[in-house]
Design a protein around this ligand. Structure first.
Ligand code: MSP
Length: 509
């Protein structure tokens, strides 16, 4: 049954150009989107940029641009990367857009009208890179407990959100909805954080101006996280009750990195409760990538630039590697050696080679034309069954956002294909004219299993799968219909495949 599905990525700060971490979340959202669409769902996939706040203002000062000039320049870098990475988003929101500013002001006004935002005074330690206030006891040597950078003491008049009021309701919600915060270890962290007690949250600033003004008091700009989180609803048209809003809110899943979980699992739901809006169904925090064993950072000059990776290895190899190498939710390490190894073993050897040898055999034995299969034997049936159960397995992997596991189970079918060829030995059958019917059956199974695989692998590697399917003579667009066994018609013309992934020389080979 078709349903509506709403997936989001964080909106990225424009003080920095896109790196591996940004590409990772956006890619995961894309895979999920393509998968849900393949299954016939109506999907809204939102990404965008976070353009307000002191951090962006400071970066603009440093480059001598206005914050908006900086944003206009950097946003293009994100958009062109998403195009190059094959990201199929529905909408791209920029927090400097009118639609967003209007929605945020309205959200702020409504929460204030309810009495949940009040004017007070703030004195605390602020970490600008994290855009976060800390109490003195939270600091470690007066440094930010998250990023270990110096903090500064700020005292200012500020509006406060009555977050404390929602502590019990939030806790009850988290406890009643075990899937709301994932993975589980992160959920436990949030539960202990909330149990320790929620303080009211400062939601405005007067120390700089680059932001959305507080309605009715222009001395203040709205706190950048209040502004940013609201993107998930302003993009759907909030405060207007648009069709998108009705169809897609609450979000099915907010995909984020582990460092911004508290904002999404504590602040955001309490803002929504105050505004009388439903809470997102799931917040999933993935882990962080290190690079060749080290933290990725500008000062170490080891920031992995996704554009460079795509130029070097190709878009689908990058997509495959990022989704396969590390289970979603855990930290992982990027290294060129690991990347090259995956390309050679999984992509060139297993996937590419299977297509190659099977289309070559088709050419040789049948002039590339698919023959009617005969009766299936035990080996054929086992291979067919392995192929047919894949769709169900993938469903449960993707429900759990277990991307790496999903690729693993797809690869089991690919390996089964290579093994099936070795066992059935078509080259021996081809020597005996009496075995021609048997050979046709074997070749049919080999092609048909790959056709199904290319459908199910499509969300991960769209270009490769389109190519693979065209070698198999499959002209239809990729859709749910194509997942079922038996789609390949006798008479179809296949073509000998060029290598999908040429091998790359491995150091030390
Ligand atoms: N603007 C906020 C998000 C607002 S969402 C309402 C923000 N932006 S960010 O550009 O700094 O970071 C965006 C995402 O990149 C975060 O989810 C973060 O976890 C992710 N990553 C940054 N470095 C990363 C790695 N090294 N590895 C994986 N993800 C990383 O935060």
């Amino acid at each position: 049954m078709s349903r509506n599905f709403y997936v989001t990525t964080p909106i990225y700060y424009v003080n920095d150009v896109p790196h591996l971490g940004h590409a990772y979340t956006t890619l995961a959202a894309d895979v999920l989107t393509r998968y849900r669409k393949l299954k016939g769902d109506k999907v809204f996939f939102l990404t965008g940029t976070d353009e307000h706040g002191q951090k962006v203002e400071k970066a603009a000062n440093a480059t001598g641009e206005t914050p908006l000039e900086l944003a206009d320049r950097v946003v293009k870098r994100f958009q062109s990367l998403w195009e190059k990475l094959g990201i199929d988003f529905t909408d791209f929101i920029r927090t400097t857009q009118e639609r967003h500013k209007k929605g945020v002001s309205e959200l702020f006004s409504r929460v204030m009208a309810k009495g949940d935002i009040y004017l007070g005074e703030y004195e605390d330690w602020y970490c600008t890179p994290c855009e976060t206030f800390w109490t003195e006891t939270q600091l470690i040597d007066f440094k930010c407990p998250d990023c270990n950078r110096p903090t500064e003491k700020l005292k200012e008049e500020s509006y406060f959100f009555r977050m404390s009021k929602y502590q019990d309701a939030l806790l009850a919600h988290i406890e009643a909805n075990p899937d709301f915060i994932q993975p589980k270890s992160r959920r436990n962290e949030i539960i202990s954080f909330v149990r320790e007690g929620l303080r009211d949250l400062s939601v405005s600033r007067t120390s700089f101006t680059w932001g959305i003004p507080v309605p009715g008091n222009e001395k203040h700009v709205i706190y950048v996280w209040f502004d940013a989180l609201a993107n998930y609803i302003t993009a759907l048209g909030y405060p207007d009750e648009t069709a998108d809003f009705t169809d897609f809110w609450p979000a099915d899943v907010h995909l984020i990195g582990k460092d911004i979980l508290r904002f999404h699992a504590v602040y955001w739901p309490t803002f929504l409760m105050a505004a009388g809006l439903p809470i997102p169904r799931k917040v999933f925090a993935h882990g962080w990538w290190t690079v060749e064993g080290q933290k990725m950072s500008k000062s170490l000059q080891n920031v992995v630039e996704p554009n460079m990776l795509i130029d070097r290895y190709g878009v689908d190899a990058v997509r495959y590697f990022l989704m396969r190498e590390v289970p979603f939710g855990l930290d992982g390490d990027f290294s060129h050696a690991a990347m090259v190894h995956r390309i050679n073993s999984d992509l060139a050897n297993d996937l590419g080679n299977l297509l190659n040898r099977s289309t070559a055999m088709m050419n040789k034995y049948f002039g590339g034309v698919v023959e009617e299969p005969g009766e299936f034997t035990g080996t054929d049936l086992a291979y067919r069954e392995k192929t047919e159960t894949l769709a169900g397995l993938l469903d449960s992997c993707l429900d759990d956002l277990a991307f790496s596991k999903a690729l693993q189970v797809i690869w089991e079918v690919i390996s089964a294909g290579n093994k099936y060829i070795d066992e059935t030995a078509p080259w021996t059958l081809a020597k005996d004219p009496a075995q021609r019917g048997r050979l046709a059956t074997v070749m049919y199974c080999i092609l048909e299993s790959q056709r199904v695989v290319f459908h199910l692998l499509f969300p991960f590697m769209p270009d490769t799968c389109r190519k693979g399917l065209s070698y198999l003579g499959w002209e239809e667009p990729v859709s749910e219909r194509g997942i079922a066994w038996g789609g390949l018609r006798p008479g179809t013309k296949t073509a000998k495949a060029e290598p999908l992934f040429p091998r790359i020389e491995e150091k030390g080979e």
